[in-house]
Design a protein around this ligand. Sequence first.
Ligand code: PLP
Length: 388
Amino acid sequence: MREQCQLQSRIEHRLEVRRQQRLHRQVAAFSHQDGLITDSGNRQFANFSGNDYLGLAQDASLIKAWQEGLSLYGAGSTASPLVTGFSKAHQFLEDKLCNWLGFDRAILFNSGFSANQAVIFSLLEKGDLLLQDKLNHASLMEAGMLSEATMKRFPHNDVTKLGALLQKAGSPTLTATEGVFSMDGDLSPLADVKAQCEAHGSWLMVDDAHGCGILGEDGRGSSNHAGIKPDILIVTFGKAFGMMGAAVLCSESVHDYLTQFARHYVYSTAMPPAQAHALTQAVEVISTQSWRREKLASLSELFHSSLADASEVIPTVTPIKPVVLGDVERMQIAATSLKASGFWTGAIRPPTVPANSSRLRITLSVNQTESQVKALAETLSQILREVS
Ligand SMILES: Cc1ncc(COP(=O)(O)O)c(C=O)c1O
């Protein structure tokens, strides 16, 4: 009873601190249609905050593939993959990913978060070294903190510092970086990172959640764009694929090892086969419909040329456009004003990003029109002048 009270008062205290820091967050229910979102009060906004970069979440061919998958395979997978949860639909998806991305094997997970954790927890042991870019996603950082391996972080994209850490490493080492950084939209210098890893005997793991489908030949992602092949590639299906889930692309032996030892794989129900069936269609769409990447590139050019004078807008070649305002309050005023004008953008604050780097995370999508992007840019310019 006493324990329960202590827990309750601690929770209340922490929530109050969050509110006072203006960092308290809440979930809102939206409905989505053609790049527009509608909230529970029936207000409609142009959506500049999602990760559906290629506009596939509402794509008719994917919806049809889900429906077809349901007719062919039923609603659920019934078990974890090693029991009876793995089906032909999962096998087709893994094979399709391997052919497209050029790996021997793929292994499916229910989320990018669990794929990242599974790789780090199962491959690394006490005494091993894990090197991570300082801006890596929370799923990688948390896995590193909880793993028995020693974790060291190198400054963002600092290959010289990475080289110095690798030079000193005397134990099995894994270097992990994102291909495209989720909150900054910039790219890892993967060719240089890979060269350092090779020179010092480290494996390279690339989390390409935001690059796969967007960069490289036929959307093969950041590694293809940089002309390298990592030892382990993570692709997630919740961004450019328009759905959810993830895969680890790897060698035959890593696949076998994860199948034996990755607890997030062994002890978790496999994704529904209908989902795997629809994801196979998503790979087909992504790899063959290059007009989607071309449209994103032209929206990106329009966005940056319309906001060339705004120093807060960081130029990127990806659909992720950070507008760094620093102070939480300034960022919130900007986000609220944009909302009042009908534009929904990501309002990102610590701890998601480092202190004093609160930002609007504006994302482009194939669902948006040129006139929506122009209108957003005009409104944003005005707001940035007001909050400066
Ligand atoms: C870089 C990166 N890795 C992993 C994840 C987690 O992926 P999922 O949403 O599939 O759990 C995310 C999600 O935001 C991400 O941005």
